[in-house]
Design a protein around this ligand. Structure first.
Ligand code: HEM
Length: 289
């Protein structure tokens, strides 16, 4: 039937031959792109990148993730390759990915070299811990993974969430403790993701005397004298809940300890600076009221 209609007139035959190459090129490009996405085997060494990849509709391409990749919960069944702060190449190579994705600093140069020599591509994004930086990251990931429209929708939702943040009227002093059991507790100084989200949510970091993390000491606690102590849900659990935390030397003497103003949030939500940044700000600002 189609054969006859093409042959019907000389003009339509000529037209068909003219458009055929264009149709073929478009078809091949589309097939190549979707084929590439579908066949990509990705290891993500960063919880925020895992979250963005899933939000862009590529969850089925993930063959390995680090332990901070806790969202969405369905990632539970994907193979784990350790913490993004201590990634090794052996665990990654064993999963035979075509691509390893993370942030700058997640992979040491020697690991990148080892992956490259195993024919594994690496793509490290830059993460600026701010609202604009988060939007830029999502946009760049959208372009890289050929999903710009999905990235734009994530940013629109992020803007909507941020518009409904209600910051507390008083800027409370907040101390963040990263705990993995009572014997392993660190406090956040400036420049960390927690420091930034505390400020974006209308609080102030109680510790400004150093950059990054340092082990917690009773003296530092008293000097900081926070109004609020913030931990990951998993962190508070690891020290035996509020009762356990109050037994740690120095905690009960702070304003936060005296008033039992101890709040927790999911770790990846609090520190991710990804598509759920606005939701994290809504949650934390309500806890700092
Ligand atoms: C030397 C430092 C660190 C060690 C030894 C460490 C260790 C661990 C371990 C063992 C886990 C998985 C175990 C579990 O789920 O309970 C974990 C999870 C996690 N870590 Fe770390 N970590 C360190 C630093 C950090 C820092 C600085 C951050 C960011 C502020 C971070 C963010 C997370 C997140 C988001 C998870 C996912 C599970 C959760 O929410 O607890 N880690 N870490």
């Amino acid at each position: 039937m189609r054969y006859f209609s093409i042959k019907k007139t000389g003009a339509s035959t000529a037209h068909a031959w003219r458009v055929l190459p264009v149709v073929c090129i478009v078809f091949l490009l589309t097939a190549f792109r979707s084929g590439e996405s579908a066949s990509m085997k990705i290891v993500s060494v960063n919880g925020t990148m895992s979250e963005i990849i899933c939000s862009l509709g590529l969850e089925s391409s993930l063959v390995g993730i680090d332990v901070t990749s806790t969202y969405p919960a369905s990632l539970d069944k994907v193979a784990k390759i350790g913490h993004n702060r201590s990634v090794s190449s052996e665990g990654i190579v064993a999963l035979a990915p075509s691509l390893v994705v993370g942030m700058q600093n997640d992979l040491k140069p020697t690991i990148i070299e080892q992956l490259t020599s195993s024919n594994i591509k690496t793509k490290l994004f830059t993460q600026d811990l701010s609202i604009e930086g988060t939007k830029k990251l999502i946009t760049e990931a959208g372009v890289y993974f050929n999903q710009p429209a999905k990235a734009a929708a994530l940013i629109a939702q992020l803007d909507k969430d941020i518009a409904s943040v209600k910051k507390p009227s008083v800027k409370k002093k907040v101390l963040f403790i990263y705990a993995r059991g009572a014997g392993s507790m660190m406090v956040s100084g400036t420049g960390t993701s927690v420091d930034k989200i505390i400020q974006l949510s209308g609080g102030q970091n109680a510790v400004t005397s150093f950059v990054d993390y340092k082990p917690l000491t009773a003296e530092a606690l008293l000097a900081a004298n926070p109004d609020v102590i913030l931990l990951f849900d998993s962190g508070l659990e690891s020290v035996g809940g509020v009762e356990g935390l109050l037994k740690v030397q120095g905690i009960a003497q702070t304003n936060a300890g005296k008033n039992k103003k101890i709040v927790t949030m999911d770790g990846q939500l609090l520190t991710g600076f990804g598509p759920r940044l606005g939701k994290a700000m809504i949650d934390l600002s309500s806890k700092l009221q």
